[in-house]
Design a protein around this ligand. Structure first.
Ligand code: HEM
Length: 116
C-alpha cells in the first residue's frame, strides 16, 4: 500500500506536521486555521490520510464534507494547500512518483473541502 511505501504512521504523521507548518507559513491560507489546535489537527489529518493511503485503521472522525462546509474554501486555495503537501513529501525525501500518488489520494477530498 502507499501507506507502507511511505513508511507507515510515523512517517505520515511527520509529513502531515510539515504540511501544516507550510500552510501556517502561507498567509493566503493560514487564516483558516486561526484558533485551531494544530497538534490535534495534525493527528486527525494524519489518521485520515493513513486510512486513505491503505493503512490498517479506519478513519473514525467526522465526515469531511460536513467539517469543511461553510469555510468558503476555493479551488485555488485547495490547489495551494495541495502544493504544501507536495513540498512536505518532497522535503521528507519521498520519491517523485510516490509523491504524486500520495497527492492524488489527497485530491480525492477536493469535492468535500471546496465550497466556493
Ligand atoms: C478539519 C481547513 C483541506 C482533512 C479542518 C479544520 C479546518 C480545516 C479549519 C478544523 C475544523 C474544526 O475543528 O472546527 C481546511 C482547509 C483546507 C483543508 C482550509 C484546504 C484549503 C483538507 C485536506 C484534508 C483535510 C486536503 C485531508 C487530506 C481534515 C480533517 C479534519 C479537518 C481530517 C478533522 C476532522 C475531524 O474533526 O474529525 N480542516 N482543510 N482537510 N480537515 Fe481540513
Amino acid at each position: 500500500t502507499l501507506f507502507e511505501q511511505l513508511g507507515g504512521e510515523a512517517a505520515v504523521t511527520a509529513v502531515t506536521a510539515q504540511f501544516y507548518a507550510n500552510i501556517q507559513a502561507d498567509a493566503t491560507v493560514s487564516n483558516f486555521f486561526n484558533g485551531i489546535n494544530m497538534a490535534d489537527q495534525t493527528n486527525k489529518t494524519a489518521s485520515f490520510l493513513c486510512a486513505a493511503l491503505g493503512g490498517p485503521k479506519a478513519w473514525g472522525g467526522r465526515n469531511l464534507k460536513e467539517v469543511h462546509a461553510n469555510m468558503g474554501v476555493t479551488n485555488a486555495q485547495f490547489t495551494t494547500v495541495i502544493g504544501h503537501l507536495r513540498s512536505a513529501l518532497t522535503s521528507a525525501g519521498v520519491a517523485a512518483d510516490l509523491v504524486e500518488q500520495t497527492v492524488a489520494v489527497a485530491e480525492t477530498v477536493r469535492g468535500d473541502v471546496v465550497t466556493a
